[in-house]
Design a protein around this ligand. Structure first.
Ligand code: ATP
Ligand code: MG
Length: 578
């Protein structure tokens, strides 16, 4: 935890130093006050028989000390707050920057709800603990030492009580820490579940409603919610026990001191002023110890959060391009797969793709057909290096994809993912999202090729029309066409359309294919589809099944030699003719 603190305090270092510095001053003034009080009682009242002058003078000093203690305390709080806010901002930014380096496999490991939780609630816990540490680490030990010194000076035998109290409290605290840590970690995980449930429920509310599953979702949510309550109660009981235990020890201690101190006063070995100051110091020590215990509890809670933040920060992306040449750019759209095999999990027995060998020339249009789960999307995602292959080599533009910086590779390979999304904002903003330098004319041209221009122009605000979150206010087919246009605007060397026209009618689909071929002749195009008609115009069509390439050929060749293809074509054509 402390490593993280030091690493991310960065620009808040001055506040992190000033905070504790003012705490030291606060403690000094706090400790002087009871001593001045004992002077008033013992010297001013008892010895000098009510010397008003003296009492007023010392009383005045007490007031000044109290004011200074207040001011320094407040300042320490302000600096601790500045330091903690900056610290959390730095950790949060580091998490976000780290996530940007993640590859698809890492993203699958940390789903959205847990990331949201880790950058919000966990960070709040951490901030509270940070303030505690900045103040507590300095304040309490110093307070204890100074108060104990003053108490010993006042009465040695009475101070012996600390020898008993401190180890008892220490053991109690240690026990609490050991027991509560796993409970807090479990509690945070339940919160992750709650977040996940909430996200699914809200994001997919349309599906829930269309299936009339509100009651079912409510039940599911209340179950998760109940689990959170249980975990929270289970974890927080420890805090309550801790508190009760401290109260008990504190009052037992007070009673013992009153008892022993009372006897001292009776026998005359202690003045009543000294006794009152002693009580004040004892209270300061016990309160400090209580503060330590609360602070440590907070640190324990935050520790769970630190581990969770560290998990995200220390995740190593599979895909490393640090040794790649930043100058190397993709020169053309050639793609070559040499004996490529791939599996999603290192521990999986079977390969998702095996022994893929293919050579695609720049400017070729390639269609990919095959049953669902056949490995089409997987194949396409490897070209962009969204996953790291297990065996073999992939070459793009004549170089192994590992030789390119990811940025350079992905700039040249534009991919319309099967599950694609648009962002809230205008259509024009969405188009330029992949290429901010593009002009309006270029955006219009891309939309024309993707057959999106017509429907955009029919909107009242045309290219300035606002899209809902995720493109929720356009139809499925319109959204697909906007996604294709956005990918085209990047002016890539290779474009991959993964099932990107599935919701587009056959006629428009055909027009998109023709426009792609006509206008972007030197761009390699890979079209993954379920309909034969979507790939009919391709130079070559790959038939993929069970992670292998079964056949490659033009439409006419496949129609002649591949029975599966012929059957598929005939069934689909029949469907169209009927
Ligand atoms: N992220 C993933 N993690 C683990 N396994 C996956 C993942 N994505 C896909 N798979 C598995 O890999 C296999 C190939 O999936 P892929 O998505 O490539 O199929 P596809 O041919 O694109 O299918 P579809 O036509 O339905 O889109 C499937 O068995 C699938 O279950
Ligand atoms: Mg797919």
């Amino acid at each position: 935890m402390y490593k993280l603190l030091i690493k991310y305090t960065k620009d808040g270092w001055w506040a992190a130093i000033l905070g504790p510095l003012f705490v030291i001053l606060e403690v000094v003034f706090d400790t002087i006050i009871p001593y001045l009080m004992s002077l008033i009682i013992d010297t001013g009242i008892t010895q000098r028989g009510g010397d008003i002058d003296y009492i007023v003078r010392v009383g005045g000093m007490m007031v000044v000390c109290a004011i200074l203690a207040g001011i320094t305390g407040a300042l320490s709080g302000v600096f601790a707050s500045i330091a903690s806010c900056r610290f959390i901002r730095n950790v949060r930014t580091a998490i976000m920057e780290k996530i940007q380096t993640y590859d698809f496999r890492n993203i699958e490991k940390f789903p959205v709800p847990t990331i949201v939780m880790r950058t919000t609630t966990d960070m709040r816990m951490l901030r509270m603990a940070y303030v505690s540490i900045v103040r507590m680490l300095v304040r309490t030990p110093l307070n204890i030492i100074m108060s104990a010194y003053m108490a010993i000076k006042l009465n040695k035998s009475l101070a012996a009580i600390f020898v008993v109290v401190i180890p008892v409290l220490g053991t109690g605290l240690a026990l609490m820490i050991i027991l509560s840590r796993p409970r807090f970690i479990a509690m945070m995980h339940r919160f992750d579940d709650l977040n996940g449930q909430l996200k699914e429920n809200i994001e997919d509310i349309r599906v829930v409603k269309s299936f009339v599953r509100e009651e079912h979702e409510k039940e599911k949510f209340s179950l998760v919610s109940w689990m959170v309550t249980k975990a929270q109660r289970y974890a927080e009981t420890m805090v309550i026990y801790d508190d009760a235990f401290f109260q008990f020890v504190m009052y037992a201690c007070m009673i013992a001191v009153c008892w022993i101190g009372g006897n001292h006063i009776i026998t005359g070995s202690m003045t009543s002023g000294a006794f009152m100051s002693f009580l004040a110091y004892l209270k300061a020590i016990l309160m400090s110890l209580m503060g330590v215990s609360m602070g440590i509890m907070q640190v324990v809670m935050a520790n769970a959060s630190v581990s969770r933040a560290n998990e995200v920060l220390s995740e190593i992306p599979d895909i490393d391009d640090s040794n790649a040449d930043p100058e190397l750019q993709v020169e053309n759209g050639n793609i070559e797969f040499r004996n490529v095999s791939f599996k999603y999990s290192k521990h999986a027995e079977k390969n998702t793709l095996s022994d893929i060998n293919i050579n695609i020339r720049s400017g070729e249009v390639i269609g990919i057909l095959g049953p669902t789960g056949g490995g089409k999307s997987t194949f396409a995602q490897l070209i962009d290096r969204l996953y790291e292959i297990s065996e073999g080599e992939i070459l793009v533009g004549g170089h192994n994809i590992k030789e390119y910086k990811l940025h350079n590779l992905r700039e040249a390979v534009s991919m319309v993912l099967q599950k694609n999304t648009l962002f809230s904002g205008t259509i024009e903003e969405n188009m330029k999202w992949g290429n901010p330098e593009a002009t309006h004319e270029e955006a219009v041209e891309a939309c024309r090729i993707a057959q999106a221009d017509d429907f955009i122009m029919s909107f009242p605000k045309q290219y300035e029309s606002e899209l809902g979150q995720g493109g929720s206010n356009v139809s499925g087919g319109q959204k697909q066409r906007l996604c294709i246009a956005r990918a085209l605007l990047k002016k890539p060397k290779i474009i991959i359309l993964d099932d990107s026209t599935s919701a587009v009618d056959t006629d428009t689909d055909h027009r998109i294919q023709l426009a792609l071929k006509e206008k972007l002749g030197n761009m390699t195009t890979i079209i993954i589809a379920q309909r034969v008609s979507s790939v009919k115009e391709a130079n070559r069509i790959i038939i993929m099944n069970e992670g292998k390439i079964e056949d490659i050929g033009s439409h006419d060749e496949l129609l002649e030699r591949n029975t599966v293809y012929r059957d598929l074509y005939e069934t689909q054509m029949k469907g169209v003719q009927e």
